[in-house]
Design a protein around this ligand. Structure first.
Ligand code: G3H
Ligand code: 13P
Ligand code: ZN
Length: 307
């Protein structure tokens, strides 16, 4: 059943687990994630980026997600991911599809981010829609070696408290050293755990970790074995995801891991079955691999059995 981000994350915060937010772009990805949610009896957040909307259409994705959510007994949140264009966020709020939107004003000066976020929060709340906001630059920890550089780019804990109080947002995405995409670290996975702890003490709403893909070794191997050139891909370790969840992260965003699962499934199937031209057969194993990956994430985040 469809529900809001606020409802799902309040429970997660109370019981100290995180809910996975998975980026979907098409029917197969929606089916794969929903199969995992059902198998794990887990709440789930289905996210569409601006790029997903451009690719597949807001109404098209909205229709598919609503159908899937109506048929599911699990709590399902339909979420706009990284709405940077205010007009698109407004359109999402007015569309009637979304139960949650993210306004990403992280590139704006602090005061402008507050102002724009607050306006959208007021608009969304009138319709019963939750709002995730972002403060700090989601960028790799290896990009900032000095304390000064990290302070300048990662989320400032005092500012986070002020931001949440002034905007009334329902969840806050923070920057503690993850980055988007499949190439997060050259060295070992590392995050600014101390910063997270301080933010958690000062901010009383659910916190969100973006850029949380792990690039699982087994899936990466299938990609490599079948010709995908992602030798240097490296994600956040499972141990570090578990640690940030124990320190107070309640929503974890995953896109790249679904992409590599899709890629691995399609490449392997086409290689092993060169005579097959039926897209339903070609995409079947990709769906199954995504389901496997999502189920592993749900177990790791502690949201299995919570839906
Ligand atoms: O955070 C960004 C997501 O990975 C979405 O990526 O804009 O290519 O759909 P995308
Ligand atoms: P990954 O690239 O690590 O999957 O991050 C996805 C994300 O943060 C979507 O908002
Ligand atoms: Zn993100």
């Amino acid at each position: 059943m469809l529900t809001t981000l606020s409802v799902v994350l309040k429970k997660a915060k109370r019981d100290q687990y995180a809910v996975g937010a998975f980026n979907i772009n098409n029917l197969e990805m929606i089916q794969a994630v929903m199969t995992a949610s059902e198998a794990e009896k887990s709440p789930v957040i289905l996210s569409t980026s601006e790029g997903a909307i451009e690719y597949a259409g807001m109404d098209e994705l909205g229709t598919l997600v609503h159908l899937a959510a109506e048929r599911s007994k699990r709590p399902v949140v339909f979420h706009l991911d990284h709405g940077k264009d205010v007009k698109l966020v407004e359109r999402a709020i007015k569309s009637g599809w979304y139960t949650s939107v993210m306004f990403d004003g992280s590139s704006l000066p602090f005061k402008e981010n507050i102002k724009a976020t607050k306006r959208l929060v007021d608009m969304a709340h009138k319709k019963g829609i939750s709002v995730e906001a972002e403060l700090g630059a989601i960028a790799g920890i290896e990009d900032f070696v000095s304390v000064e550089a990290r302070d300048a780019h990662f989320t400032n804990p005092e500012q986070a408290a002020e931001f949440v109080e002034k905007t009334g947002c329902d969840a806050l995405a923070i920057a503690i050293g993850t980055s988007h995409g499949a190439y997060k670290f050259k060295e070992a996975s590392a995050l600014d755990f101390k910063r997270l702890q301080t933010i958690r003490k000062l901010v009383n709403i659910p916190l969100v970790l973006h850029g949380a893909s792990g690039i699982p070794a087994d899936v990466k191997k299938v990609c490599l074995d079948y010709g995908c050139k992602i030798e240097d891909a490296k994600g956040v370790s499972d141990a570090h995801i578990k640690k940030v969840v124990s320190l107070g992260i309640n929503k974890v965003n995953i896109d790249s891991d679904l992409r590599i699962a899709f890629d691995a499934g399609v490449r392997r199937f086409l290689h092993d079955n060169p005579e097959v031209i039926d897209p339903r057969k070609i995409l079947g194993p990709a769906k199954d691999l995504i389901t496997q990956v999502v189920r592993q994430k749900m177990k790791m985040l502690g949201c299995s059995g919570k839906g």
